[in-house]
Design a protein around this ligand. Structure first.
Ligand code: SF4
Ligand code: SF4
Length: 81
């Protein structure tokens, strides 16, 4: 029986209407996962989006850096195909 490896992936929940587009999370992400949206939120700001989710290593730098606590991190276990 072949070993099935568990691969961890990470999902960020970003409160786009709370985000003010300060870019701190983008600047501090070591893996360049985040970028600003093209669209505007309710406040008229661009907001942070997870542009390259596969590159996220779950370091939580973005969660800790956000001054408005807009980001939550979730870990998902997936079987490697
Ligand atoms: S958890 Fe780390 S790698 Fe993932 S988006 Fe946030 S700062 Fe980047
Ligand atoms: S640090 Fe927070 S407020 Fe600033 S761009 Fe990122 S999610 Fe938005």
């Amino acid at each position: 029986m072949a070993d099935k490896k568990q691969k961890k992936t990470y999902i960020l929940k970003i409160d786009s209407d709370k985000c003010k587009g300060c870019e701190l999370c983008i600047e501090f992400c070591p893996k360049d996962v985040l970028e600003l949206s093209k669209n505007l939120n309710k406040k008229g700001s661009k907001y942070s989006v997870m542009a390259r989710p596969d590159d996220c290593i779950g370091c939580r730098a973005c969660v800790l850096m956000c001054p408005d606590v807009c980001i939550e991190l979730f870990e998902v276990e997936q079987e490697d195909k």
